[in-house]
Every structure is written in structure tokens, then in C-alpha cells.
Design a protein around this ligand. Structure first.
Ligand code: IPE
Ligand code: IPE
Ligand code: MG
Length: 250
């Protein structure tokens, strides 16, 4: 294993070399399909998905990933049946309490990406408590994207910037890429080097629209409950084979 910092100069990696990206984003998809195939209710898939979250978080932290963003619940997911939403948030609150030990043991700092308005107060309280508990951890930063939408994040960012312009604090000419980046939900996080999606789907589904402009895309065929260390390592080997040119000529 290695971390080649500047892949642009490498001209392609060796076939089996795992390169650990600095920043990873994951669209955790296929819980429902996994459950259906096993003859179970959809919610059982979400339950099993928690195990995959734990594995991915601990393995990314162990390998030295600096930032991991997990897409847990999209703004569009509010359109799912109320029963599924309630069960998903029940699992989420359980995760926020039960996994505190995992986060502390692995020196992981928790963050949240998304809108708070529609999240229930008791969920927000546990989220904030876990964020506060882990605030001093200096290892990997883990942002849970909950009630998150990429377009909504940009709307919120532009509103924030427009407010500053209206108050005379910001000149329109001063709005550049950095200013937009700084107005995002978690401006301290680097753009993802790799975006992983499971269940074979080749879609962005409104995730990190601004941030993925130069992310490498990796689609895993397995459903999220089946995504383990082996699949994560395969994604990082795939990443190791990518030649990142960022528009330049090598
Ligand atoms: C991903 O699994 C979890 C969430 C979106 C919350 P899905 O629930 O989307 O599972 P499929 O895509 O229906 O199989
Ligand atoms: C994306 O998955 C959202 C999350 C993983 C939280 P969806 O299952 O909601 O996306 P679509 O509907 O297939 O695009
Ligand atoms: Mg899905």
C-alpha cells in the first residue's frame, strides 16, 4: 500500500497498487435491493448497512484517509414512505449513540453536511452531542450527509453570499470559486478524490455537485450491506490506476 501524493506525475499506477485517497465520498446505495433479494423487508437492508458503515469508517481511518463523506439521507429521500423514514432515523440515532466508542477509538471527528430544518429535534440533539464529543479528535473527519442535497447546498451557499452582498460586506466581484467553497456546509473538507457508489448505479443523485468536479468515479456492483474491506481495497486499487490530469497535458 502507498499514498502517492501527486498522481498527476505518475503516468498511471501499477496494476495492483492500492493508493489511499486523501478524501473519499460514498453513495451508499442498494440496501433495499439487498433485503429484497434475501426475502426481507427493506429496513433489514438499512440495518445491515450500519455494519458496512462501521467497517468503512474504521478501515478508512486505519488507512489514513483524511476525510470521508457518507451519503446517508438525501433531501429527495424525504419523499419515501413515512414508515421507512422513521425507521431510517431510528437507526441513525442508534448509530450516533452506539458508535461513539468506535469514533473515539479511531480518533474520528464527526461532522454533518445538510439542512437541519427537517431533522427531528431529538436526532439533532444526538447528532450535536456526538459532534461535540468527537470535536477534539485529530484523525479522520467523517461527515454524515443527512437531509443533504447538492443543489440545496448551492442554494444555501448563494443565499449566504447574497446576504453578505446586500449588507455591503462583500463585493460581487469578490465572489470567486474560493468564496463559494467557503460558503458550503463543510468548507474545511477537501474535495473528494474518489466518489464510490454501490449497487452498480451510475448516477450522482444530487450528491456534492460542486465538490465532485474532478473526483474519480468508482462504481461497485455489490449492494451497500455487502460492501466490506475487500470492496474498499478494490476501489483504492482502481483509484491507483487512474491518471489525474486536471485538464493539463502530462
Ligand atoms: C440506500 O439504499 C440507503 C438510502 C438511500 C437511505 P436504498 O434504500 O436506496 O436501496 P435501494 O436503492 O432501494 O435498493
Ligand atoms: C442516493 O440514493 C441517496 C443516498 C444514498 C442517501 P437513492 O437510492 O436515494 O438515489 P436514486 O433514487 O437511486 O437516484
Ligand atoms: Mg437506492
Amino acid at each position: 500500500m502507498s499514498r502517492r501524493a501527486d498522481k498527476a506525475s505518475g503516468g498511471g499506477g501499477q496494476a495492483d497498487e492500492m493508493v489511499v485517497p486523501r478524501s473519499v465520498a460514498v453513495i451508499m446505495d442498494g440496501n433495499g435491493r439487498w433485503a429484497k433479494r434475501a426475502g426481507l423487508e427493506r429496513i433489514r437492508g438499512h440495518e445491515r448497512g450500519i455494519d458496512a458503515v462501521r467497517t468503512t469508517v474504521t478501515e478508512c481511518a486505519r488507512l489514513g484517509v483524511e476525510a470521508l463523506v457518507l451519503y446517508a439521507f438525501s433531501e429527495e429521500n424525504w419523499q419515501r414512505p413515512r414508515r421507512e423514514i422513521d425507521l431510517l432515523f431510528k437507526l441513525l440515532t442508534r448509530f450516533l449513540v452506539d458508535e461513539r466508542g468506535t469514533l473515539m477509538d479511531n480518533d474520528v471527528r464527526l461532522l454533518h453536511s445538510g439542512r437541519r430544518a427537517r431533522i427531528a429535534p431529538d436526532v439533532l440533539r444526538l447528532l450535536d452531542e456526538t459532534i461535540a464529543l468527537t470535536a477534539g479528535n485529530g484523525g479522520m473527519r467523517l461527515s454524515l450527509a443527512i437531509s443533504y442535497g447538492g443543489r440545496q447546498e448551492l442554494v444555501d451557499a448563494f443565499r449566504q453570499l447574497a446576504g453578505r452582498v446586500a449588507r455591503g460586506e462583500l463585493q460581487p466581484e469578490a465572489i470567486d470559486e474560493q468564496a463559494i467553497h467557503d460558503a458550503l456546509y463543510q468548507p474545511s473538507l477537501p474535495d473528494p478524490d474518489i466518489l464510490i457508489r454501490t449497487a452498480g448505479e451510475q448516477r450522482i443523485s444530487n450528491f456534492l455537485l460542486w465538490q465532485v468536479s474532478y473526483s474519480e468515479l468508482h462504481v461497485a456492483d455489490v449492494c451497500w450491506p455487502e460492501f466490506g474491506k475487500e470492496q474498499l481495497h478494490a476501489a483504492f486499487r482502481d483509484y491507483g490506476r487512474r491518471v489525474r490530469k486536471f485538464g493539463k497535458v502530462l
